[in-house]
Design a protein around this ligand. Structure first.
Ligand SMILES: C[S@@+](CC[C@H](N)C(=O)[O-])C[C@H]1O[C@@H](n2cnc3c(N)ncnc32)[C@H](O)[C@@H]1O
Length: 621
């Protein structure tokens, strides 16, 4: 592989100047030609549509537009109710019934027509959009019901907030590259459940600029003699392309994921690409030479621009690096975050934890309304972005920690317990940033799809913040975690679903939980002793001893026991895993880091035995 690349590089060097000029000329011509072809195709398609468009079709389009204009199902239902009431007032008797029935039939016919109009040409192969052929109104209704089924038992579910224009909302587009049977370069997505690539020119939910860039990269590969990577043999170079666009800033980042580190004629490639797309502000090479389903590898080289893009969300500017998480639908994200911060009920005096903070978005947006923000995130690159973002927005009351959120919260809770016992350790001695003390008023938590873990949730219970604002993109794990929190002193108050992913079955939700307070108290007078109406004192002390709660066995105690007895350390996540394997009530730990797709590590047999021994020692098993 390396030899092959070296040979390629040598011959590329020899022909460099020749190729350079020839390619640029070719690209220029190809670019112009392509643009002309695209334009003609577009015009033809428009003509065809216009030709087909009869009165009925116009009516369908009008309905789609009208639906899109209604922001939420709630509003839609309200409007429907008003129309219905108006009809019933103006028409009487039989005619009302007839009118209603015929009205229903017409709209049903329209939906059937609309279903066809809404089918995407890649629907059968791609499998990315679960709601193909369903009107947007129906999609929202389905999602509302899905949320109600999972969260309804915990609290009131507000009507879902849909999009005004549910198309081309994705600011991040990823395409896998391959060679088709006939030898042409293709790019798109894997056909559901396979590793066959479905060639996609444009997608109705993806950003159109990003799609155009990916199409043009396809075109450039041939002229630059860049081969696509073959997953089976490991030969070839280009594996994936990732494009991210800041919808507010207009900045565009292109990440070329390669199977090996060298992109021949990289400067000319960038030049040719930027000639077609001057809006590109940065190009990054990412090397992924592993046999893996992960898109991004570890190593990155910036070959053009600053290596990240910036974008604005809820009035703050954020730097976004290739590996950092950033919500894919910024329009709806603003609605979601605004609701989350509203739920937090901030007055300016609160200490907030922003857990799973990514590039710091929620905490930084909320910072001006709170006293202090403590943010924690596992992804190193995201934390680096977050620190820059705080400076960029001149926000000074935020601290960031690069750690596992569960582990971090355990430490905070234990620190607080020590504080209560007046045994506060000097965490600064270790040279690490001190664990903040455990006084917390509000916890924002926005975990990945796997949800949170027992270490995190049990620490929330111990820290007892007044409010927990849980943002989730996975209803099953949300329901699981709500069950835990509501069993242990919290009450779910309200849930707001927001549609961040039109055409797919996914839905984002934000849930407000607050600490349960006793509804009231009653005074009972009890007299102990002998005689009528008195409670005998016999055995009271003995019985009290029986009911005395056992000392809570913390992760810290288990770790200390193991370190003292066996001389090695064990991670919280390993203890959690062993507890789960033993059938003790558990949550997944550690979180599957979706964005990084890191393979989950497991404890060695020696560590498992040590953990079991500690659990026996503390009478947990
Ligand atoms: C759904 S994203 C939310 C990010 C951020 N709140 C936002 O809205 O942009 C989940 C984040 O959790 C991070 N993450 C995953 N597992 C984690 C863990 N165990 N501890 C801390 N952060 C974690 C991911 O890297 C990712 O940035």
């Amino acid at each position: 592989m390396a030899d092959k690349n070296a040979m390629k590089n040598k011959s590329a060097m020899r022909n460099k100047s020749k190729v350079k000029n020839k390619d640029i000329a070719k690209n220029k011509a190809a670019g112009k030609k392509k643009y002309a072809v695209d334009k003609t195709m577009k015009q033809e398609a428009e003509k065809r549509t216009a030709g087909k468009m009869g009165k009925k079709k116009y009516a369908v389009d009008k309905t789609v537009k009208q639906e899109a204009e209604k922001r939420t199902i709630g509003k839609m239902e309200k409007k429907y109710a008003v129309t219905k009431a108006f009809t019933e007032k103006t028409d009487h008797g039989k005619s009302v019934k007839e009118k209603k029935v015929s009205g229903k039939n017409t709209s049903e016919k329209m939906i059937t027509k609309k279903q066809n109009a809404d089918m995407c040409q890649y629907a059968k192969k791609c499998g990315g959009c679960d709601y193909q052929g369903l009107s947007y109104e129906k999609q929202l209704k389905e999602k509302q019901e899905y949320v109600r089924k999972n969260v309804g038992e915990f609290c009131r579910v507000l009507p879902i907030i849909g999009m005004e224009h549910p198309y081309h909302y994705r600011n991040k587009v990823h395409a896998v590259f391959d060679i088709a049977k006939g030898g042409s370069v293709i790019s798109g997505v894997y056909k559901a459940g396979t590793h066959d690539v479905v060639n996609i020119d444009s997608c109705r939910i993806e950003d159109e600029t990003a799609d155009a860039i990916i199409r043009d990269i396809r075109g450039l590969l041939r002229s630059f003699k860049i081969k696509t990577y073959d997953e089976d043999t490991g030969y070839g170079l280009l594996r994936h392309v990732l494009v991210r666009r800041g919808f507010h800033s207009g900045e565009v980042m292109v990440v070329l994921v390669l199977g090996s580190p060298i992109l021949p004629s990289k400067n000319n490639f960038v030049k040719a690409l930027r000639k077609l797309h001057p809006e590109i502000t940065t190009v990054v090479l990412n090397v992924n030479d592993k046999k893996t389903s992960m898109v991004l590898g570890e190593k990155e080289t910036v070959i053009y621009g600053k290596g990240y893009i910036e974008d604005t969300l809820c009035g703050c500017t954020f730097r976004i690096s290739p590996k950092s998480f950033y919500q894919v639908n910024p329009v709806q994200t603003e609605i979601l975050y605004t609701k989350a911060i509203e739920y937090a009920g901030l007055t300016g005096k609160e200490r907030i934890v922003d857990a799973y903070c990514g590039i710091g978005t929620i905490g930084l947006i909320a910072a001006s309304k709170a006293k202090e923000v403590i943010s924690v995130e596992l992804n190193r690159d995201a934390v680096r972005d977050a620190v820059t973002n705080a400076k960029r927005n001149d926000i000074k009351n935020v601290q960031f920690y690069n750690a596992d959120a569960g582990q971090f919260m355990v430490e905070m809770a234990e620190y607080r317990a020590d504080q209560k016992k007046n045994q506060v350790p000097d965490a600064t001695k270790s040279g690490k940033k001190a664990t903040p003390d455990g006084n917390v008023d509000v916890v924002f938590m926005d975990p990945p799809r796997a949800g949170s873990d027992e270490a995190f949730l049990s620490s929330v219970i111990r820290l007892a913040p007044k409010r927990v604002v849980y943002i989730s993109c996975n209803l099953e794990t949300l329901a699981r975690d709500l069950k835990y929190l509501t069993k242990h002193g919290y009450q779910a108050k309200e849930c707001q679903p927001v549609d961040l992913f039109p055409w797919t079955k996914h839905v984002e939700t934000v849930v407000l939980l607050s600490h349960k307070k006793p509804d009231g108290h009653i005074n009972v007078k009890v007299e102990f002793g002998e005689g009528e109406g008195k409670v005998p004192l016999d055995n009271i002390a003995k019985r009290a001893e029986e009911y005395k709660p056992k000392e809570r066995v913390t992760y810290k105690m288990i770790k200390e026991y193991i370190e003292a007895k066996y001389g090695f350390k064990v991670h919280t996540a390993y203890i959690a895993e062993v507890k789960r394997d033993l059938g003790l009530p558990m949550y997944d730990a550690p979180n599957a880091v979706e964005e990084l797709k890191q393979p989950r590590k497991h404890p060695t047999a020696e560590k498992v035995e040590a953990i079991k021994d500690a659990l026996k020692h503390f009478e947990v098993i």
